[in-house]
Design a protein around this ligand. Structure first.
Ligand code: AMP
Length: 499
């Protein structure tokens, strides 16, 4: 039996080829059989264009059904799919293309010249626009719609995902066919996906959340997809009554709450809202429940490991926690010597399982550094596991503040700041200090119409926290800088306020 992830997709297509798989936000539909036909054409084209097994296909295109067919085509042809954030510009692209040396590049029509210039070893640079048109589609249209999927081994690399890399060089995480399949199966089981589901998919598809989590759950379970090219609250409100599941980053949920029409009635057919990729504020979790009657299920994952933990479908979903390890994933919290810590202690989150990637592309040293002697991957996240087994994330190890030798976990102070009147959200960072190495600084966003007084906020925190944890500076801003997946860019804040 081949371990090519597409074989599992094919089995699900065969169970109902004439069923609609996907409906776009402007009403076009594609059948499950189209997945097979269109991906076959793309697989043929890529091979005819000179790609051989293991070659990388770099793709920087707008989200469209064709981009999904292209992804499947790469897997079928035994090629390595390399999605690139649509926001990346020349300097970022230069690095990725030099590092990954793709054989084929597929880009937006307007970036053709730039991509040609930057793609030294590529045999072809093809275009694909948001409507699925371009030289890729033109060339593929003439090709037969059958293709015998390549017989991949479980550990063959299927996708390279470059980490968002807020510090240092971005690394290419090599994700295997085994990783994809084990994680998709664990998620379908954990979240109860079935043919009866209708998934509202408004996430970008250059990142694991939209590319793997959302697509794979639908592809393997037989669910139907309402395919939105981006998150547009008005369109989401229009389509939610027809959906049963939605996946989002926390910002999707705060934006939905900002819509006065968002209520229980709109969610009448929904059985599950899932959040991940960045921490969901407790306040959002609670406001969402009050307004819609729905309890958001938060989960935790990363490019290097797919999904790791999830709150349960049928038991208590706790705000502020990411739930339990998925089936087949073992999670521990360890100290700096990689020794597991008792329940309740805070430490580095380490993981092991079939979901864990094969290593960083062309960085064997870096890969070795990130694994413990007993084979656990150091996620770089700091967290804790409580007495009931619920995992909570406290922050990134690199965001940990060490002030005068004392550890400050930003999350603890952020939660306290968020609870102060008038605060919408906050980010706590370490800034250089001549005596203490670092001191704590806070960046806060006020609620609409609220006025914040930094001195009063500092005074309030002093009542509850040791002095070394209390921010010495509080900056009030309009918005926190976020990347495409809704993560607060702390490195940027450190640069801005760390002078
Ligand atoms: P990426 O590889 O871009 O998906 O980023 C992975 C990182 O996102 C993780 O290592 C976490 O730091 C963060 N992350 C993902 N899900 C959550 C979550 N539910 N809560 C807090 N942080 C999260």
């Amino acid at each position: 039996m081949t371990a090519n992830f597409y074989s599992a997709v094919a089995a699900s297509i065969d169970a109902g080829p004439e069923r609609v798989f996907l409906e776009t936000d402007d009403g076009k539909t594609h059948l499950r059989a189209d997945l097979a036909r269109e991906s076959a054409r793309f697989a043929r084209l890529l091979i005819e264009a000179g790609a051989v097994r293991g070659d990388r296909v770099a793709v920087q295109v707008e989200k469209s059904p064709a981009s999904l067919f292209l992804y499947l085509g790469c897997l079928r042809a035994g090629l390595v799919y390399l999605p690139l954030n649509t926001a990346y510009q020349r300097s970022e692209l230069t690095y990725f293309l030099q590092d990954a040396q793709p054989r084929i590049v597929v880009c937006k029509p307007e970036s053709l010249d730039l991509m040609r210039e930057l793609s030294a070893v590529a045999t072809r640079v093809l275009t694909l626009d948001g409507e699925g048109r371009g030289s890729l589609a033109d060339a593929a249209a003439a090709l037969p719609s059958e293709f015998v999927t390549v017989d991949s081994a479980p550990d063959d690399v299927a996708v390279i995902l470059y980490t968002s890399g807020t510090t240092g060089r971005s690394k290419g995480a090599m994700v295997t066919h085994r990783n994809l399949l084990s994680n998709a199966r664990a998620l379908i089981d954990c979240w109860g996906f079935s043919e009866r589901d209708v998934l509202l998919h408004a996430l970008p598809v250059f990142h694991i959340h939209g590319l793997f989590v959302a697509n794979h759950c639908a592809l393997l379970s037989g669910a139907r997809v309402l395919w939105h090219r981006k998150f547009d609250p008005a369109l989401v409100l229009r389509d939610l009554p027809r959906a049963t599941v939605m996946m989002g980053v926390p910002t999707f949920y705060t934006r939905l709450l900002a819509q006065p029409q968002f209520d229980r009635e709109v969610c009448r057919n929904m059985r599950l809202f899932i959040s991940g990729s960045a921490p969901l504020l407790l306040e959002t979790f609670e406001d969402f429940r009050a307004r819609s009657g729905q309890t958001i299920l938060e989960r935790y994952g990363m490019s290097e490991a797919g999904m790791i933990c999830s709150n349960p479908l049928d038991a208590q979903r706790r705000g502020g926690s990411v739930g339990f390890p998925l089936t087949g994933v073992s999670v521990r919290v360890a100290n700096e010597q990689d020794r597991p810590l008792p329940r309740g202690d805070v430490g580095g989150i380490q993981i092991k399982g079939e979901n864990v990637f094969a290593g960083y592309w062309h960085m064997p040293e870096k890969t070795r550094e990130e694994f413990t002697a007993d084979g656990y991957f150091r996620t770089g996240d700091v967290g804790t596991i409580d007495a009931d087994g619920y995992v909570s994330i406290v922050g990134r190890a690199k965001d940990l503040i060490i002030s005068g030798g004392y550890n400050v976990y930003p999350k603890e102070i952020e939660l306290a700041l968020d609870a102060l009147p008038g605060v919408a959200e906050s980010a706590v960072i370490g800034v250089p200090h001549p005596d203490f190495g670092e001191t704590v600084a806070a960046v806060v966003v006020a609620r609409k119409d609220a006025k914040l007084d930094p001195a009063a906020m500092i005074a309030e925190l002093k009542k509850n926290f040791a002095n070394y944890k209390v921010p010495k500076q509080v900056h009030v801003v309009e918005d926190l800088p976020r990347n495409a997946m809704g993560k607060v860019q702390k490195a940027l804040l450190r640069e801005r306020y760390g002078k």
